[in-house]
Design a protein around this ligand. Structure first.
Ligand code: MN
Length: 232
């Protein structure tokens, strides 16, 4: 035991991680999320997709929910929404990353859900307050196994879809992202120095809606993988 480790005054918290398809685990440092990154979703949320630059919010690293585990219905809400998203996992960090160089920083991709307490988020928006409690609650980031980028083809196109109890709720294509993965990484790295272990939820297409206890959510990103959770 090193002197450094023995200096912690409470037990060190466990590191959050995401399983990697084929074995191993990816340690999660931070979770960043893009708001309104598909035009049709921006419109359904009352925004203007043509004029808004990308904006970001965050979830705690330990909000990840992995391995198809059940998601407990969170407290303090009556309007829990699903947002099906492509998730990017960074293996290299940096600041002011050029979009043309950005994909080199990607370690892998996964299918994920940006679960949202929409009633709390809507109230926060209305009052000009932070979104944190609408977005960054416990288990708010169900995520499938990560697939190494080296094993994937072009991440700029492919079907993204979500079913709830077998019924299609969200369906789009990654090619309709307003800000591409590379552009998103570039923008975000101008706001914070990105680091290995960071996850970026890249935004959801249209069709966000409420879920109830007992619902089974099954999402897919073509060529990347799946995410699955049951609300309990
Ligand atoms: Mn989202």
């Amino acid at each position: 035991m090193s002197a450094f480790l023995s200096a912690f005054v409470i037990p060190q918290p466990p590191a959050a991680s995401v399983p990697v398809a084929g074995g191993g685990a990816f340690p999660v440092r931070r979770i960043f999320c893009v708001g309104r990154n598909y035009a049709a979703h921006a419109r359904e949320m009352g925004g203007d997709p043509d004029r808004e630059p990308p904006f970001f919010f965050a979830k705690p690293a330990d909000a990840v929910l992995t391995g198809g585990a059940d998601m407990p219905y969170p407290p303090a809400t009556n309007l829990l929404h699903h947002e099906m998203e492509l998730v990017v996992a960074l293996g290299l960090g940096g600041a002011d990353i050029d979009a043309g160089d950005a994909l080199r920083h990607v370690w892998g991709y996964a299918a994920g859900l940006d679960m949202t307490r929409r009633d709390l988020q809507n109230a926060a928006k209305k009052e000009g307050k932070p979104w944190d409690m609408g977005k960054g609650f416990d288990h708010s980031a169900p995520i499938g196994d990560l697939v190494p980028a080296a094993r994937l083809p072009d991440p700029t196109r492919g079907r993204i879809a979500l079913t709830v109890n077998g019924t299609l709720r969200q369906e789009s294509d990654l090619s309709t992202l307003i800000w591409s993965v590379a552009e998103t990484i570039s923008f975000l790295s101008g706001l914070v120095r990105l680091a290995p272990g960071d996850l970026i939820f890249t935004g959801t297409p249209e069709g966000v809606a409420a879920v109830q206890r007992g619902d089974l959510l099954e999402g897919v990103v073509e060529g990347v993988g799946t995410v699955r959770t049951r609300i309990v």
